[in-house]
Design a protein around this ligand. Structure first.
Ligand code: GLP
Length: 248
C-alpha cells in the first residue's frame, strides 16, 4: 500500500503512471473510472499532457483507447451527471482526445443487457484491459459491482444500492431519488483480467471501508476484496483515508 500525504500528491503520481503506460508500447486499452476520487487525477493528467513535447502529445492522442467501467441507465452525453459527460469534461476535452477512443457503455441503449454484452465483446476484441484505474465505493463496490458480488460476475446491468445512490447524490442536486436505479458495469471478471490494477482510495469518508478491505478475506460482501487476489494490484491511498486503516 502506498500512502500519500495529500490527495493532490497521489493524483500527480497516478497521472505519471498513466502517462508512462500510455506512452509505452505495446499495451492493452486503459480501464478508467469516474467519481470524485478521479477528478484530481484527470486534472493532473491534463497538466502532464500539456507539458509533453508536441510529438509525444500527438502520439498519445493517436494511440489512445480507453474503456470506462460504467454508466447510469437512461443517461447519455447530454446529461451533466452521466459518466460520459463527466469523461468529456475531465478527460476527452482537456486532453484533446477523439471521443470515439474514450469508450463508455451506452446508458441509453434500447436493450441495456445487450449493450453490456456488446461492450464486453468490444473490450475483448481490443485485447482486454491493460492498466485498470479504480475507485472504491463506500460499500466496497468497484465499478458498480454492488455487494454481494462474486469474482466471475461479467459485464451486465445492475441495480444500485440505496447506499450508492445516496453517495452519488451530489451529482444529482443532492437528491438520492434522482440517481438512476440501474447501471451498466464491467464485471469483476473483466476487471480481474486486467494486466495491472491501481485502486485509489482518498478522503476520511473512505477510512472505514478501507480498513474493512484490508482486514477481510475475499468475500462477496465486499466486492473490492477480490482484487487482493490480483497479481498486480497497487493500492494507493491518501493520509485522510489511511490512518484508521493503519491502526490494527
Ligand atoms: C462510483 C463509481 C465508481 C467509483 C466509486 C467511488 O459509484 N461507479 O467507479 O470509483 O463509486 O466514487 P467516488 O470516487 O465518487 O467516491
Amino acid at each position: 500500500m502506498l500512502v500519500f500525504a495529500s490527495r493532490d500528491q497521489l493524483a500527480e503520481d497516478v497521472a505519471r503512471i498513466l502517462l508512462r503506460r500510455q506512452l509505452g508500447q505495446p499495451r492493452r486499452p486503459l480501464g478508467l473510472a469516474t467519481g470524485q476520487t478521479m477528478a484530481p487525477i484527470y486534472a493532473a493528467l491534463a497538466e502532464g499532457v500539456q507539458r509533453l513535447p508536441g510529438p509525444q502529445r500527438q502520439k498519445l492522442r493517436r494511440d489512445w483507447l480507453s474503456f470506462n467501467l460504467d454508466e447510469y441507465l437512461g443517461l447519455g452525453a447530454g446529461d451533466h451527471p452521466s459518466f460520459r459527460a463527466m469523461m468529456n469534461r475531465h478527460l476527452t476535452m482537456p486532453l484533446g482526445l477523439d471521443p470515439d477512443r474514450v469508450l463508455v457503455p451506452d446508458g441509453q441503449a434500447a436493450d441495456p443487457q445487450r449493450e453490456a454484452e456488446r461492450y464486453a465483446a468490444t473490450l475483448a476484441e481490443a485485447g482486454g484491459l491493460g492498466l485498470q484505474l479504480l475507485g472504491l465505493g463506500l460499500n466496497g463496490h468497484v465499478g458498480f459491482n454492488e455487494p454481494p458480488c462474486g469474482p466471475e460476475a461479467p459485464c451486465r446491468c445492475v441495480r444500485l444500492s440505496p447506499s450508492t445512490r445516496n453517495a452519488n447524490a451530489s451529482a444529482f442536486g443532492g437528491e438520492a431519488t434522482a440517481v438512476p436505479e440501474q447501471a451498466i458495469t464491467l464485471g469483476l471478471r473483466e476487471i480481474m483480467a486486467a494486466s495491472e490494477i491501481l485502486l485509489v482510495v482518498t478522503g476520511a469518508n473512505k477510512a472505514a471501508i478501507l480498513q474493512e478491505l484490508l482486514r477481510q478475506p475475499a468475500t462477496p460482501q465486499l466486492p473490492a476484496s477480490w482484487l487482493k487476489g490480483h497479481p498486480a494490484l497497487t493500492l494507493m491511498v491518501d493520509a485522510a483515508a489511511a490512518p484508521g486503516a493503519l491502526v490494527d
